[in-house]
Unconditional design. Structure first.
Lengths: 431, 410
């Protein structure tokens, strides 16, 4: 038996069969489609329905977009040229571009000022968003609000200068005394800033804005998407520190402080933003001194800031609560006092946890700036619904205008949320 | 011999108010109290001075005066001679109506989109991702206005339904979509058991509630039998009968009929008219909030660990039962709290009604009444009070629910 050669058995293969390619239905595109699109009957039906939906949407919008006209001067002219065929009338965007972006009252010769402010904003915001950039840039970020204020509102340069000097003096005082005694440093800095502003305000001569380098623009002349951007940026940056303070106040073991913060936060979160805007437009002026005229922009900024501060406070509170108790105890055992513990140990960690939430609030706030159109401010939506759709040339151009507004907001908000996801991945130090 | 004595009792010194942690919080609170009192006094003083200068006072007597304006969309009787308080009531009911409708449809949209986004069908999940991103990142005000524009500028006018070569026709001869609103058939009872229509509808609701209770009892009985014998008796047909038989009988006795809208004169008459603003607000809030709910649903389902699915499959449960008995109960615990806060958002966002002229509380009390009477402070305060109450009620319901589904721990 053993001498039998294996080769002599008929059914034993003598050579390896060459590798053949996998069957067509198990490779590449076909396999992917079988697995992802047509894995079962119901799945196939869903795929077909989805494809039909996409097809019908594209069939209606693509010709409309590609047939679009960009250079006519009125809707009637558009209709004449299109002559019954589908096509958009994008010329409303080109013709009214300035109104959409700057509002209808901002002086045309001064458009370069918001443009410069916008470019500088990108520079100022970069070191805040990307930690790898040189930290020296933060100095410019700190200066930016004053530069932007001067650029957009114009008038005398003394006003932003006095404000800046107040902040610098307060900051210097805090640097000197705040390290050892937080309360002394903080309250001293506030008092010093107030004194400087009062003195400086009194020193600015009457009519200083009349022949200023940049002509003054009153804030009721602001409008368009610029107004949305300004409201969003100002209110977010003001409400983050306020929100952190409120969150710390809510965690405090001093009953009075805690009570004030809880009542404020719950009250603001319980009412819609629009009622707060009503407060700004019709009610707030009753609470200012009788001779003071606080313009609507400032009143709206105050109310929106308070609104988003309450939401940010809740986000930060979540971050504070998520920290293990050991962190607080560790800070105590090192002998740090409350401000030191917060500044050095608690807040850096808590804020890191809260970043996605804060960005969500910021996106929501930016979207909510469109609500000011209800109290007759002419932001992007207000411009579209007011002066542009009411004009005889463009009465009836709905889709182009609202599509444009939607696209602008989508780009900004989607960009911010993508940034937040990127930051989350970057900050995530897997343990 | 040494004796241990307590350290000498330190007498209280003024500097301890700042430096001693035992007393410092008292100092801070005293400062805060003084600052708060000063702020209130300052604002109050300004208010009094301003009111005196304008010759106004704070009084709510205007609520009893005739409102003098009409409201199209209303759930209770109202005419222009009714009081401002009555107008506010109409507004409150309209707010509740649109908030309720939008909560229901937003949940449906959100759950469908959230589940489909997890589908293993590539094209469907991407489509849902696009839906979520587009609707989340564009302000709800723009959506409301866009849908309102569709409802008013794109829908045909009533006269296009007229004549032999009408360009528009009613859907199924029952529904009319016009630029003045959507007309749908209205059910009514020809020989109701009670004189008033409201009482008849209450009776219908009571019967439905009774059926629901009977079905629950039946299911509980079936569960008991299953626990004892291991075999679950069939409940489907009995439950169906419990639902349908009393309901159909009641409808038959009371003579249910439908009033179909008809074109009369220049407009449609009969049926229920759902105004364009209501539809715009309802639909926009639904799709906008639905996108947020979809994300919550997705997060909730993903929060249930894969091991749970595998364990349930190992026990021999079928996919549907795995979903119903294992995944959903656990996912719901994660989904419900953010869902309720989305309901809160819907309620608050319904105040955007003022942008399209839907007569909710913001548009009546905070809009026309405020402008007509000039009672800004009173109107805004009442408005805030309403929303605050609504928010607190909803969050109270949320807390009760959270407590009931909380993981029972030691």
């Amino acid at each position: 038996m053993s001498d039998q050669n294996n080769n002599s058995i008929a059914f034993v293969a003598t050579e390896t069969i060459p590798e053949s390619p996998p069957p067509a239905r198990e490779t590449g595109m076909v396999k992917w489609m079988r697995e992802n699109l047509f894995s079962s009957v119901s799945n196939s039906i869903l795929t077909v329905v989805a494809l039909l939906l996409i097809y019908s949407v594209l069939k209606n919008t693509l010709p409309w977009i590609f047939n679009g006209l960009w250079t006519t001067s009125s809707l009637a002219e558009c209709r004449e040229i299109l002559d019954g065929t589908t096509g958009a009338c994008f010329s409303v965007l080109t013709e009214r571009w300035n109104q959409l972006i700057y509002g209808f009252k901002y002086p045309v010769d001064e458009y370069w000022r918001p443009n410069v402010a916008f470019v500088l904003m990108l520079v100022a915001i970069a070191p805040v968003l990307f930690f790898d950039l040189p930290r020296k840039l933060l100095i410019f970020t700190a200066l930016y609000p004053f530069v932007a204020f001067w650029l957009i509102w114009g008038g005398t340069i003394l006003a932003p200068l006095v404000a800046l000097v107040g902040f610098v003096a307060a900051g210097a005082f805090f640097q000197k005394f705040g390290r050892n005694n937080f309360a002394l440093g903080f309250f001293g800095a506030v008092v010093i800033a107030l004194i400087i502003w009062a003195l400086g305000g009194a020193m600015i001569p009457e009519g200083a804005s009349d022949n200023a380098l940049l002509p003054a623009v009153p804030s009721r002349d602001l409008g368009g998407f610029m107004l949305n951007m300004m409201l969003g940026l100002t209110c977010v940056s003001l409400s983050v520190p306020l929100g952190i303070a409120l969150a710390l106040g809510r965690q405090s073991d001093m009953p009075l402080i805690k009570g004030i913060c809880v009542v404020f936060i719950e009250f603001v979160r319980g009412v819609p933003l629009i009622t707060l805007l009503f407060v700004a437009s019709v009610m707030l002026s009753y609470f200012f001194p009788p001779d003071a005229t606080v313009d609507l922009f400032l009143r709206v900024v105050i109310m929106i800031t308070l609104f988003s501060a309450a939401y940010i406070a809740e986000v930060v509170r979540g971050g504070l609560a998520a920290l293990p108790k050991g962190q607080y105890e560790a800070a105590d055992s090192l002998g740090l006092d409350y401000p030191q513990a917060m500044r050095l140990i608690i807040l850096p960690q808590a804020l890191k946890i809260s970043i996605p939430g804060i960005v969500n609030v910021a996106v929501g706030l930016f979207k909510d700036t469109t609500l000011v159109s209800v109290i007759s401010m002419f932001d992007l939506v207000g411009m579209i619904r007011g002066p542009i759709l009411a004009s005889t040339e463009w009465n009836g151009v709905y889709w182009e205008l609202f599509g444009f507004a939607a696209a602008l907001f989508f780009v900004v908000c989607y960009g911010i949320s993508q940034y937040s996801q990127w930051l989350e991945r970057k900050l995530h130090k897997g343990h | 011999m040494t004796t241990l004595t307590d350290p000498p009792k330190e007498s209280f010194r003024l500097s301890m108010l700042i430096n001693d942690t035992r007393y410092r919080s008292l100092t801070f609170q005293a400062i805060a109290a003084v600052a708060l009192a000063l702020a209130i006094w300052y604002l109050g003083n300004n208010l009094i001075q301003n009111l005196r200068a304008a010759g106004l006072n704070i009084s709510y007597s205007f609520l009893g005066d005739p409102a003098g304006y009409d409201i199209n969309q209303r759930l209770v009787e109202y005419d222009s001679q009714s009081s401002h308080a009555r107008a506010a009531l109409v507004g409150v009911l309209n707010t509740i109506l649109v908030a309720f409708l939008a909560c229901v449809t937003a949940t449906i949209f959100g759950v469908i989109a959230g589940v489909l986004r997890l589908s293993n069908n590539w094209i469907v999940s991407k489509l849902m991702a696009v839906y979520v991103e587009i609707f989340r990142n564009i302000p709800v005000l723009i959506w409301i206005i866009i849908i309102f524009t569709i409802m008013t500028a794109v829908m045909p006018g009533p006269r296009e339904f007229r004549g032999d070569n009408a360009t528009s026709s009613m859907v199924l001869d029952l529904f009319a979509f016009t630029n003045r609103g959507v007309y749908i058939p209205m059910p009514f009872f020809e020989n109701g058991l009670f004189g008033s229509a409201t009482l008849n509808w209450v009776l219908v609701v009571l019967v439905a509630a009774g059926s629901w209770y009977a079905v629950r009892t039946n299911n509980a009985r079936a569960a008991n039998v299953q626990a004892e014998t291991g075999v679950r008796p069939k409940t489907l047909w009995i439950n169906l009968a419990i639902w349908l038989v009393p309901f159909i009988a009641l409808m038959f006795i009371m003579g249910l009929s439908w009033e179909v809208p008809e074109l009369k004169g220049f407009n449609f008459k009969g049926g229920i008219k759902v105004g364009g603003p209501l539809i715009a607000l309802w639909f926009a809030l639904s799709i906008y909030t639905g996108a947020f709910i979809a994300e919550n649903v997705r997060a909730g389902i993903q929060a249930v660990s894969k091991g749970q699915t595998e364990a349930a499959s190992a026990l021999g449960l079928r996919p549907r039962r795995v979903m119903n008995l294992v995944i959903l109960p656990q996912a719901l615990r994660v989904i419900i709290p953010p869902l309720i806060s989305q309901y809160l958002n819907i309620t608050k966002n319904s105040s955007l009604a003022i942008a399209v002229g839907y007569a909710d509380i913001t548009a009546t009390l905070g809009g026309i009444t405020l402008n007509q009477t000039g009672r800004a402070i009173e109107c805004v305060l009442l408005l805030m009070l309403f929303y605050l109450t609504a928010s607190l009620l909803i969050s109270m319901a949320m807390n009760v629910y959270n407590a009931s589904v909380k993981l029972k721990e030691r």
